[in-house]
Ligand binder design. Structure first.
Ligand code: SF4
Length: 427
């Protein structure tokens, strides 16, 4: 290649143009319908088709090609467990005896319960490889998480903080989350209704909140479904946060008053679960213990997802900031409470994976036993890996991947690339 003045000039101007883009501190808009995108390693971050579709819904987005997800979360819950690193393997010891091991490359996150310990070398490895470590109380309450130096794209957090002081934007986001939450609760009731007085269908499909689950044989009361539909419509137009909180509270009370109608009853009455309404801190009965634990796991998933894409999980728009409260994680999980957490509780109870004998009661609180928690965690992981069709983009992806897509769409909204944050609502 001739190394002439023209080439030098082209090279210098290209470098200057690149520097100009970097200095502008604003990501350029994605390419339009480019053949480069489907094979680009950034496509799952950039979401070019999704952004274009949301702005001009003419051509459906091409399916995402998510990175291979061979890595899985590593849960360690034995109070006497110690996790150390040996070469490229995490070794889990209980009272100095090796209990299990997991290859480092096959671990996506580490979740530790109670007084489980992690060696400094294992922690360094996690931090180096961006493997989040989350810490939980023995009962499963999410205490916090450890990450490395954090996401480098500070611009994303700047957009987030700016928007968090814009009361109009806060209300717009909050309305969408609450309306989507109520709509998804309504769908769960509609699809999984067993009804105490209605007949029960032992061949009913697996309980879940998505459109793949089919319908339950028993019908939910139409007046309940109408009331929830109206709650969702009112939430979408709420004039203030105070009004929105009131609508959310009324809808939650309607939903939980009827939640027991989704539970299967056993011919042996001692194997039945009673649910009289929501209580927490501490949960006083098995269903509330399961719901609290599932919400805690979902909070952890959202906290890790948000910090992984560069958002600050502690600065929310609907939930007010409070010390150690992952407000944005709580905001984002609103539409997913019924779809993921409540749905896992229903599956675990109605499939017989969790039974009333899997709980310990002490000092007015109720908690899962070790073996019960292990089975419930497995049910939660199954749900996170379950694929669902995105109602807007029409392609299939796992719930875990879906959380990341929604988090990246929130960034697009905060940066002004799309007009509205599209919530995930099942039919
Ligand atoms: S996915 Fe984004 S970064 Fe990759 S080629 Fe397309 S527009 Fe460019």
């Amino acid at each position: 290649m001739p190394f002439d003045d023209e080439l030098v000039e082209l090279t210098v101007s290209s470098i200057n143009a690149l520097r100009g883009i970097a200095l502008a501190a604003h990501i350029p808009p994605p390419l339009e319908d480019s053949p480069k995108c489907p094979r680009c390693s950034l496509v799952g971050i950039c979401l070019p088709d999704e952004v274009r579709f949301l702005n001009r819904p003419a051509v459906e987005p091409r399916p995402l090609f998510p990175a291979l997800q061979n890595a899985l979360p590593l849960y360690v819950q034995s109070p006497r467990a110690f996790v150390r690193k040996d070469g490229d393997v995490f070794v889990i010891e209980v009272e100095k005896e090796k209990a299990a091991e997991a290859r480092v490359v096959e671990v996506s996150q580490v979740a530790l319960f109670g007084s489980t310990m992690l060696s400094a070398s294992a922690l360094h490895e996690c931090v180096r490889r961006n493997i989040p470590v989350s810490w939980h109380t023995y009962g499963g309450w999410f205490v916090g998480h450890t990450i490395g130096t954090g996401h480098h794209n500070v611009e994303t957090r700047t957009f987030q903080y700016q928007a968090s002081f814009d009361s109009k934007k806060c209300l717009q986001l909050a309305r969408g989350w609450v309306a989507a939450k109520i709509a998804n609760c309504r769908t769960l009731l509609r699809r999984n209704w067993r009804g105490r007085s209605g007949f029960e269908n032992d061949d009913a499909p697996e309980e879940s909140g998505d459109e793949e689950s089919g319908s339950s044989a028993s019908q939910a009361p139409p007046e309940l479904l109408t009331a929830l539909r109206e709650d969702a419509a009112h939430a979408a137009k709420a004039p203030s946060m105070e009004v929105l909180l009131g609508i959310e509270g009324a809808a939650a009370s309607r939903y939980f008053q009827n939640f027991s109608a989704l539970l299967k009853s056993d011919t042996d009455p001692t194997m039945n679960f009673d649910f009289m309404g929501r209580n927490r801190r501490p949960p006083k009965d098995p269903v509330n213990a399961l719901l609290s634990f599932a919400y805690s796991m979902l909070t952890r998933e959202w906290t890790i997802t948000l910090s992984g894409v560069g958002l600050d999980p502690y600065k929310g728009f609907y939930h007010q900031p409070r010390f150690a409260r992952p407000a944005l994680a709580l905001d984002m999980m609103e539409p997913f409470r019924s779809l993921i957490a409540d749905s896992v509780v229903l599956m675990a109870i109605n499939n017989g994976e969790i039974r009333p004998t899997d709980f310990i009661r002490a000092a007015g609180s109720c908690n899962l036993t070790d073996s019960g928690r292990k089975r419930f965690i497995a049910a939660f992981e199954r749900r996170m890996q379950q694929e669902v069709t995105h109602p807007i983009f029409k392609y299939r992806l796992s719930y875990r991947r879906l959380l990341e897509v929604q988090a990246r769409l929130l960034i697009r909204y905060l940066s002004g690339e799309i007009e509205e944050y599209p919530n995930f609502v099942t039919r």
